[in-house]
Design a binder for this molecule. Structure first.
Ligand SMILES: NC(=O)c1ccc[n+]([C@@H]2O[C@H](COP(=O)([O-])OP(=O)(O)OC[C@H]3O[C@@H](n4cnc5c(N)ncnc54)[C@H](OP(=O)(O)O)[C@@H]3O)[C@@H](O)[C@H]2O)c1
Length: 333
């Protein structure tokens, strides 16, 4: 099908697709696999492949798209490009999509374009809505904890976004455990409970298991994991050097080639062997591993091609882990 023709989504997407989990104790269901637009959807990326990935995701029941004000090179370009895709191809499907955005990292110059102030968050949400051509987002996150802004101010801004109808739900990302606890309390007192915590989670990044996950569970808050493939390191791509066009090869990406050390490659290679014994790719095993942790409601993958996205969707077809496999994977994490 040409991408200028009217897009008709796969009618089987909700029966044969990725399936859904409730987000914590809320009534909102999230697809087990969500698509993140941090890399691969900016102005420097392949626009045709970006459109194909969004369609392929939706055709497979992936209803949740994760953005932030600063995603894409240059900043804001992922939201702008996603907005165009929505307008051109998804205008009839807005109510079938969960779209999130965030503010908290540096976005524009001066004291009001970074951090957790009400001034920054409110202005940033307005800009995000304009770029995506939306009336509201489904989830707005405080992208990181700001020690220089009182939590009451940051959480007050989130609560007001919900009361103004510009965000349906709110969440926090990367907050330390003690600050997350306070944020949950304030949001609840404001009458706009926290929906979700977004944190880094993969075979290589397990910190959240200690405090963040138990706290979320205690408060009925959902958890969504980002960088489940450790930005692509948990795949077979770096086993034999750094391929051209990979994230580690790009000058503008967040993965540096210096992170791909021989020691790391040796661990990836052993993980790759375990995946092969299970009859799957390492990327598939890495995603299945995140999702076997019952508190993980969804994982946000970033993909640079439809082929990768399909490989990741197929992770859901794979067998449960044996105790021995979990132990061996744990030793290599
Ligand atoms: N809250 C936060 O602070 C925060 C931080 C980071 C990310 N996030 C969210 O999480 C999303 C995902 O993060 P991420 O992009 O780091 O996730 P990731 O899934 O760990 O890494 C994505 C990269 O892995 C490679 N990849 C994906 N599927 C593959 C496959 N099947 N086989 C081989 N390689 C594969 C691709 O690399 P190549 O490009 O090299 O092909 C892709 O760009 C972001 O888009 C964003 O929405 C949030």
């Amino acid at each position: 099908m040409s991408h200028t023709e009217k897009y008709i989504p796969n009618p089987q997407r909700y029966t044969d697709g990725v399936g859904y989990n409730y987000c914590g104790k809320s009534g909102l269901q999230l697809p087990k696999i969500s698509l993140g637009l941090w890399h691969n959807f900016g102005d420097v990326d392949d626009a045709d492949e970006a459109l194909k990935m969004i369609k392929h995701a939706f055709d497979n029941g992936i209803t949740h798209f994760d953005l932030a004000n600063n995603y894409g090179t240059p900043f804001g370009s992922a939201e702008k490009n996603f907005g165009r895709i929505l307008k051109d191809h998804f205008s009839s499907y807005r109510d079938e999509m969960v779209i999130s955005t965030k503010a908290g990292h540096e976005m524009w110059a001066g004291p009001y374009g970074d951090g957790g102030s009400r001034k920054y968050l409110m202005a940033s949400l307005e800009q995000s809505l304009k770029r995506m051509k939306l009336d509201y987002v489904d989830i707005f996150y405080s992208h990181r904890y700001d020690p220089n802004t009182p939590l009451e101010e940051t959480m007050g801004a989130l609560s007001d976004m919900v009361k103004q109808g510009k965000a349906l739900y709110v969440g926090i990302s990367k907050y330390p455990e003690d600050k997350a606890r306070e944020a949950y309390r304030i949001l609840k007192e404001n009458g706009t409970p926290c929906l979700i915590y977004q944190g880094k989670y993969s075979i290589f990044s397990r910190d959240i298991e200690r405090e963040v996950l138990p706290l979320a569970s205690e408060h009925g808050i959902g958890f969504i994991g980002f960088s489940p493939l450790a930005q692509g390191m948990l795949s077979d791509k770096y086993l034999h050097g750094i391929p051209e066009n990979s994230r580690a090869a790009h000058s503008y990406g967040f993965l540096q080639s210096s992170q791909i050390t021989p020691e790391l490659v040796a661990r990836i290679s052993k993980l790759n062997d375990i995946a092969a014994q299970r009859g799957q790719t390492l990327a598939q095993m890495a995603l299945a591993w995140c999702l076997h942790q019952k508190q993980v409601n969804s994982v946000i993958v970033g993909t640079s091609s439809v082929k990768q996205l399909q490989d990741n969707i197929d992770a859901l077809k794979t067998p449960d882990f044996t105790d021995d496999e979990l132990w061996r994977i744990g030793e290599l994490g």
